[in-house]
Design a protein around this ligand. Structure first.
Ligand code: ADP
Ligand code: MG
Length: 256
């Protein structure tokens, strides 16, 4: 049975997609069978996996509205070594169309059930909002990974996300857990980063992942080559950190 994780944070630009793509590639390198689900109409995880979002006939959109199954709509990321259920702009329409569907929050969960035995990990890249798409991600998941930058406002956004996760847990998905907070784009030379990081550890204890992802230009360059950073420059500090993070995720599975 696949372990399903949503990479979520309602803020944009905090490293969700970078984390999703690189964690998928890291787990694939560690021999795991991985499906990445792109739930963001921007399609950044799709492009970052080397798949052209403009030429797709089927995407996660058709899956959500019941016009395709997951297997038909999935594509292989040759660069990353994992499968992708891709997204493009069309997905923005799902938000409105799904309103008329029954059990609209569990469309993704129900669709993924059919491929559950084909993967070890399913990673969901959530959009930057607490929307119906994000709800579908949270309903489908066993756990949430929250990437965050160690800056002052990061903590403020966190309480909204945690209260949404609690509501989903209470009403829709009693399996849902926060797996952990991942410190990303970390700059050890900044005093504020150090302070916020220490504060996170105090408040959240072992919910904070041991691995810290540094700010690293190679991670930011990789998407323009259609490759995860882990593949684009495996020797870079950023890639190494994501590979460590992959190993830490596998380790954490034992505690779930
Ligand atoms: P989100 O999906 O939360 O909007 P992204 O993963 O797209 O965030 O990251 C936002 C921007 O920051 C992108 O341009 C990405 O390349 C860059 N970025 C993400 N993580 C890092 C990192 N560790 N080091 C340097 N740049 C990063
Ligand atoms: Mg993104």
């Amino acid at each position: 049975m696949a372990k399903i994780f949503a990479i979520a944070n309602q803020k944009g630009g905090v490293g969700k997609t970078t984390t999703c793509v690189n964690l998928a590639a890291a787990l694939a390198r560690l021999g795991k069978r991985v499906l990445l689900v792109d739930l963001d109409p921007q399609g950044n995880a799709t492009m970052g996996s080397g798949i052209d979002k403009r030429t797709l006939e089927r995407t996660v959109y058709q899956v959500l509205i019941g016009l395709s199954d997951v297997t038909e709509a999935s594509v292989r990321s040759e660069a990353g070594g994992y499968a992708v259920l891709p997204a493009n702009r069309e997905l923005a329409g799902a938000e409105i169309e799904l309103v008329d569907f029954d059990e609209r929050e569990t469309r993704l969960k129900d669709a993924l059930a059919a491929v559950d035995d084909q993967y070890d990990f399913i990673l969901i890249d959530a959009p930057p909002a607490l929307s119906l798409l994000t709800l579908n991600g949270l309903c489908a998941a066993h756990g949430v990974v929250i990437p965050m930058q160690c800056e002052y406002y990061a903590l403020e956004g966190l309480s909204d996300l945690v209260s949404t996760i609690k509501k989903v847990h209470a009403n829709l998905n009693t399996n849902l857990k926060v797996i952990g907070l991942l410190r990303v784009m970390f700059d050890p030379r900044m005093t504020l980063s150090q302070q916020v990081s220490a504060q996170l550890e105090r408040h959240f204890g072992d919910k904070v992942f041991r691995t810290v992802i540094p700010r690293n230009i190679r991670l930011a360059e990789a998407p323009s080559y259609g490759q995860p950073g882990v593949v684009f420059d495996p020797a870079s500090k950023g890639a190494k950190a994501y590979i460590d993070f992959g190993a830490e995720m596998i380790e954490r599975l034992d505690t779930l």
